[in-house]
Ligand binder design. Structure first.
Ligand code: SAM
Ligand code: SF4
Length: 329
């Protein structure tokens, strides 16, 4: 497929992340704004047929990978219909989910041909899980990960590492990879509107490697140029681990990602300030392709043009962005 969505830094964009909703059944403090938050009413969200129509336009422009995210994509009532309709497109379709509803969706995932999923789990401790998510669902999520592994899915586990919260569990997650073919991804804590981020809560890629290296021999694994994760294996382990070093060493140089928010706006970067509304023009019967091109051409070189990797100097309150739950991680 010809690559048509190229920005001014010559980066082709073939990976679309679609947020299905900003609603969620969890309340992770690092993702939701602190103040009371009203979820977007259904009428302002893209409807299933609108998601399909917009996705098709992106696919015609060279997108060959789509990730569904949110909020929690699987709380949306018509999630199964959306998954099935997008599975008919010539794309690698995948999902990022908090894992709480996987048991209800196993057949849909199989029918849609989804083979790989990202599940978020920040702790292996039930009480801490409750503290982070404000929901007592550790067992459900953990059991669902085991269910996916038994069913032969490729499972990546996203763990946001935060100082004073869960950094003491890094090696417990690596130990998990010994017998289970699970792929743990340690994510550096990122600043978003109202998420209590401070630079001293970030546990960096180097700190994570030092911690694991103190207990295990580790080998780096080769990745592809668009990987956001730096991958490693402990020789002899069934699974692997990786670090997503957004804060200490960004991977913007090869960025191929575009985001579509649940209310139908494109963001060309997780940290971009500008958004382009596609939903309203689509509803007005306008051609949205020029809007997509304009948005991609306005993409900043790195990190939405908002900060550098000198993250110690960042003051979270100066960053203009939505909260993560409203962007779609
Ligand atoms: N609800 C789904 C889930 O939890 O996987 C999908 C949406 S969630 C916003 C997507 C990913 O973003 C999750 O893995 C979550 O841990 C991550 N995330 C949210 N806020 C973050 C932050 N401040 N820093 C780093 N990662 C974050
Ligand atoms: Fe919900 Fe996922 Fe955000 Fe947690 S990280 S509040 S599960 S959207």
């Amino acid at each position: 497929m010809e690559k048509k969505l190229v920005d001014t830094f010559n980066r082709p964009h073939n990976y679309l992340r679609i947020s299905l909703t900003d609603n969620c059944n969890f309340r992770c403090f690092y993702c939701m704004p602190e103040e009371d938050y009203d979820f977007t009413p259904a009428s302002r969200l893209m409807q299933a047929h609108e998601i399909e129509a917009i996705a098709k336009i992106f696919v015609e422009q060279g997108v060959d990978k789509i990730r569904l995210t949110g909020g929690e994509p699987l709380v949306r009532k018509d999630a199964a219909d959306i998954i099935m309709s997008l599975s008919k497109l010539p794309v690698n379709l995948t999902i990022t989910t908090n894992g709480s509803r996987i048991h209800d969706y196993l057949d849909v995932l199989k029918e849609a041909g989804i083979r790989s999923l990202n599940i978020s789990l920040d702790t292996l401790d039930r009480d801490k899980f409750l503290l982070v998510t404000r929901r007592d669902q550790f067992k459900q999520v953990y059991d669902n990960i085991q269910l996916l592994l038994q069913e032969g899915f490729h499972v990546k586990v996203n763990m946001v590492v935060m100082k004073g919260m869960n950094e003491n569990e890094i090696n417990d997650f690596v130990a998990w990879t010994k017998n289970d073919p699970v792929h743990v991804r340690f994510i550096e804590f990122m600043p978003f509107s109202g998420n209590r981020w401070t630079s001293n809560k970030v546990v960096t890629w180097q700190e994570i490697l030092t911690e694991v290296g103190a207990r295990y021999d580790i080998l780096p694994l080769a990745g592809d140029p668009h990987d956001t994760a730096k991958k490693y294996i402990v020789p002899g382990h069934a699974g692997t681990f990786a670090v997503i070093s957004t804060m200490s060493a960004n991977f913007c140089g090869n960025c191929n990602r575009i985001r579509l928010t649940a209310d139908g706006k494109i963001k060309n970067c997780l940290f971009s300030q500008q958004e382009t509304n596609l939903l309203q023009p689509l509803r007005n019967g306008e051609n949205i392709l020029p809007l997509i091109h304009q948005n991609i051409l306005a993409k900043a070189k790195e990190l939405g043009g908002q900060f550098t990797t000198d993250f110690e100097k960042i003051h979270a309150e100066t960053i203009h962005n939505r909260s993560m739950i409203t962007i779609g991680g």
